[in-house]
Design a protein around this ligand. Sequence first.
Ligand code: FES
Ligand code: FES
Length: 158
Amino acid sequence: MSEHRVNLTINGRRHAATVEARMSLGDYLRDEAGYTGVHLGCEHGVCGACTVIVDDRAVRSCLILAVQADGAEVTTAEGLADSDGTLHPVQQVMREEHALQCGFCTPGIVMTLAALTGGQDKADEATLMNSLSGHICRCTGYQGIRRAARRLAAEPGT
Ligand code: FES
Ligand code: FES
């Protein structure tokens, strides 16, 4: 198996590593770089649990290889809050709406919502609600998660 050097910026920190060609970005982030907020469920692009932000876009980290992310800026759930502990608006709203449940799928949902609300062109309610369909929550219910998404679409500054 061939090995490759990669350089990534993860949550604002530079990481240089040698990875096998077949290693997914999710496995690298979780097992090699120590970002255990990256949760791996199905490992084939269905459940959404492994979602991270790569260069401002929500990406399923089980579906891309670490070598494909060479040179990218990656944000995981660990990188969302401010250094003083102030939660990211998506985290704050999820908390207030009791949208956490067991928490397994939560980092992926938070990263998708953060990617869709973080830029200049904040997504509308329909887009945020549709984005939830890409996240399989085994705790079911979804009502708290849906309330959080609605608030993110409606409230300025989130
Ligand atoms: S673990 Fe990546 S989509 Fe399920
Ligand atoms: S909160 Fe338990 S799987 Fe979604």
